[in-house]
Design a protein around this ligand. Structure first.
Ligand code: 13P
Length: 251
């Protein structure tokens, strides 16, 4: 399975000028056989797309999307709007959105709306903390099952599951997630996907990892963590760091 590297810029950078410069620098530095998705804030998507070179290997993703197709929903963005901007992917259920009230039910509605429009979904799952009794596994299982409720097996090829343990994300992360633990969760998620579909379909879904990914830990996470790619936050805001990760994985 071809690996995928996704950059989530979150609410950065602070101007369109910086966004254009960042994407141009990344584009120049990465190898052409990379499989790369960049998810800028909605408002920069047009400018970022315009800054890509003709033979760029970068595809565009959004950081969220609303589930209605249009109407009186002030401030929201519909799947068809993303499609019209050539957006191929959308991150759904990121922990930073779940922390602000996004339920599994809302995540599910968004996923179904995006798939209807042919946009691939990066479904984020992950526990806030690990408890001794393994309740965190239940939480991940619910996020996967409820997020994918009603999604047909045929559409599993349009889903990527990103395991992002909340405690390993961001500059205030308590620690890094051990590749052994990433592997365990990746197997756990694969088993859920197989139960929801079939062995063949479930095992073909890409599972990626996010949480303080950097140049140093990226190769080990991919080789020992049993994942098919990475979802980087901070590292994707630095053209050198992000392109180094990409070039390491697609050399
Ligand atoms: P960091 O790589 O900054 O920890 O963020 C991870 C993340 O949340 C990506 O979606």
């Amino acid at each position: 399975m071809k690996k995928i590297i996704i950059g989530n810029w979150k609410m950065n950078p602070s101007s369109v000028k910086e966004a254009v410069s960042l994407v141009s620098n990344i584009d120049k530095k990465i190898s052409s056989n990379g499989n790369v998705v960049l998810c800028p804030p909605f408002i920069y998507i047009g400018a970022v797309r315009g800054a890509l070179s003709k033979k760029s290997s970068i595809k565009l993703g959004a950081q969220d999307c609303f589930y209605e197709e249009g109407g009186s929903f002030t401030g929201e963005i519909a799947p068809s709007m993303l499609k019209s901007m050539d957006v191929k992917y959308a991150i759904i259920g990121h922990s930073e959105r779940r922390a602000r009230g996004e339920s599994n039910d809302i995540v599910n509605k968004k996923i179904r709306a995006l798939l209807k429009k042919g946009i691939k979904v990066i479904l984020c799952v992950g526990e806030e903390e690990r408890d001794e009794t393994g309740l965190y596994l239940k939480r991940i299982e619910e996020q996967v099952k409820e997020g994918l409720r009603g999604v047909s097996k045929n559409n599993f090829k349009n889903i990527i599951v990103a395991y992002e343990p909340v405690w390993a994300i961001g500059s205030d992360a308590s620690k890094n997630c051990d590749p052994k633990d990433i592997k365990e969760i990746s197997i756990f998620i694969k088993k859920i996907l197989v139960d929801l579909s079939s062995r063949e379909i479930g095992l073909s879904v890409q599972i990626i990892y996010g949480g303080s990914v950097d140049v140093k830990n990226a190769p080990e996470i991919v080789s020992n963590g049993g994942v098919d790619g990475l979802l980087a936050g901070r590292a994707s805001l630095d053209a050198k760091k992000f392109s180094d990760i990409i070039n390491l994985l697609f050399s």
